[in-house]
Structures are given as structure tokens and as C-alpha cells.
Design a protein around this ligand. Structure first.
Ligand SMILES: C[S@@+](CC[C@H](N)C(=O)[O-])C[C@H]1O[C@@H](n2cnc3c(N)ncnc32)[C@H](O)[C@@H]1O
Length: 276
């Protein structure tokens, strides 16, 4: 049996917050315990204290730290989650982009894309609105720190849970059944590029500039300093006038950032001030 004493979980939680900005305080300590338990069994460690000491002192500690964020982060996602924001892109952001920069595609980043359901849903919605990749209307890049999730995104093969918001007609239209799983049809997979990235890695910068960054349901897990660091990196990586879209339970309200809230279609999104 594995022992999880609250004091040891606190030590582990503090170490994880210090290194990765992820918060596991209060009730989230139990979540941390359940996520670490399989790995601790693999390592034959019988207590949270033993795992903490492994992370601090074991010769393999650097490798363990590499794999740790993927072990403890929440990868929950599904197709067509919070699609209201996609409509805002189609109704407001695309027309504006066409006026300002008609010669180049709209560049979008899904930051913290998990296994790809979010960027693929976006690509499908854009195609359905007549914004085709063939016409070079957009490019979507998508990143996540978890290599296993990025591999799944590239494979495009999903379980029932990923399709829980899809009715039978939607499933038939966008997916092909494969045993008891669902493969996204090829025509919805073009124009996307997936890559691994830890948004909080020291000195990390995104290589490109984007018109829109979606970062949904990631910031809620971060402590204040990590939250602000990620938002600062997004500000740097957006073109002047670019947009940042957060999840429903995330907001920049009461935070000192350069972003301005904009109400569009009844939702708040954030804008980096345009160049003067
Ligand atoms: C809850 S999922 C949200 C997925 C999708 N954005 C959505 O809203 O459905 C959060 C994702 O963020 C990723 N993530 C967490 N911290 C990250 C970081 N520092 N850098 C990159 N990805 C991160 C996790 O691996 C996870 O796949």
C-alpha cells in the first residue's frame, strides 16, 4: 500500500509548484496523490515522502522531473467544447483580419491542446463556415507539454469520451468508425501542425507570431506567478491587435496585463492593443 501523509503531499505539491507553476493545494492534494500513485508503484516507492526524496536526490531525478508534468496535469478535453468562441472568430476576427492583412492566412495557436480535440474542432468549424484551408485562409498550430497527447493528436483516433458532445449525425460526418473508436476523416486534418512545448519552461519562447491564441482550461491549474508568466509570453507572441481566448472559468479580470477585454457576441475575449 502507498502512504500519502498530508505533510508529505504538501512537500511534493510545493516542489511541483516551484518547478512547474502547477497548484496542488487543499483538496487538490488528493488529486495529486491519485495521479502519482501508478508511477510510484512502478518505481516501487511506498510513500509520498519516498517519491519526494527520489525527486530531490536520486541520480535519475532529472529524467523524473522531465516526465512529472505529464503525470500530474489534467488532459480532459472533447470535441466541440465551448464552441461559442469559434463563432466569434468567424463573425468578427476573420472579417477584421481580411481587412487588415488580406494577403496572409490567419495564424492560430491552440496552447495546451491535449490530444487535439480543440484544434480539430476549430478546423472543422472554420471549414463549415466556408473558410477553407485550400484557399489558405488559416493555419492552426497546436502544442502541449505531454508528448503522449501530441502523439494521439497526430494519430487522430479517438474514444467515445472525446465525442461525448457529438450527436450520431456529427459522428458520421466527421469520423470513420474503427473497431470501437473513431478516426477523424482526412479532409479535416490538413492545415494543422502539432508540437511539444512546455509554456512554462525557463527561457521558452514561441517561434512564431500568431493572430489568435486559444489557451482554454489550462490557466486554472496555475499559481499566480506562473499564470502571469504564461500571459506575458502570449502577449509577446501575438501580433499587435491579436486576440487571446481563455476558457469559461478563466479571466484576466483584476490582473495587470497589457490585454484589453473585448465583448463580442456576448463573450469576453482579450486583445493585445493594436500598433499605433
Ligand atoms: C484540461 S486540458 C485542456 C485542453 C483543451 N485546451 C480544452 O480546453 O479542451 C489542459 C492541457 O494543458 C496542458 N498543459 C498544462 N500545462 C502546460 C504547460 N505548461 N505547457 C503546455 N501545456 C500544458 C496539459 O498537458 C493538458 O493537455
Amino acid at each position: 500500500m502507498t502512504a500519502f501523509q498530508p505533510a508529505d503531499l504538501k512537500l511534493l505539491g510545493d516542489l511541483i509548484q516551484e518547478r512547474f507553476g502547477l497548484m496542488f493545494d487543499g483538496v487538490r492534494q488528493e488529486i495529486l496523490a491519485s495521479r502519482l500513485q501508478p508511477r510510484m508503484r512502478e518505481l516501487r516507492l511506498d510513500s509520498a515522502r519516498a517519491y519526494y526524496e527520489y525527486l530531490r536526490f536520486h541520480p535519475q531525478r532529472d529524467a523524473e522531473f522531465e516526465r512529472l508534468p505529464a503525470l500530474v496535469t489534467n488532459n480532459e478535453t472533447y470535441f466541440f467544447r465551448e464552441t461559442r468562441q469559434f463563432e466569434i472568430l468567424i463573425d468578427h476576427v476573420f472579417p477584421e483580419h481580411r481587412r487588415v492583412a488580406p494577403a496572409r492566412p490567419l495564424r492560430l495557436l491552440s496552447a495546451g491542446c491535449s490530444s487535439g480535440e480543440e484544434p480539430y474542432s476549430l478546423a472543422i468549424t472554420l471549414q463549415n463556415a466556408g473558410l477553407t484551408q485550400v484557399g489558405n485562409a488559416w493555419e492552426i498550430e497546436a502544442c502541449d507539454l505531454n508528448p503522449e497527447r501530441i502523439a494521439r493528436a497526430r494519430e487522430g483516433l479517438y474514444d467515445e469520451t472525446s465525442l461525448r458532445a457529438c450527436d450520431p449525425e456529427t459522428r458520421g460526418r466527421y469520423f470513420t468508425a474503427e473497431d470501437r473508436r473513431f478516426r477523424l476523416k482526412d479532409r479535416y486534418r490538413g492545415g494543422l501542425r502539432f508540437f511539444e512545448a512546455n509554456l512554462l519552461a525557463p527561457h521558452f519562447t514561441l517561434a512564431r507570431r500568431y493572430d489568435v491564441i486559444l489557451c482554454r482550461n489550462l490557466l486554472i491549474y496555475l499559481c499566480d506567478s506562473a499564470f502571469e508568466s504564461v500571459i506575458g509570453r502570449f502577449a509577446h507572441s501575438l501580433v499587435p491587435g491579436g486576440y487571446l481566448l481563455l476558457g469559461h472559468s478563466e479571466s484576466l479580470f483584476d490582473r495587470a496585463t497589457e490585454f484589453e477585454p473585448v465583448v463580442l457576441g456576448g463573450s469576453v475575449i482579450y486583445r493585445k492593443p493594436p500598433a499605433r
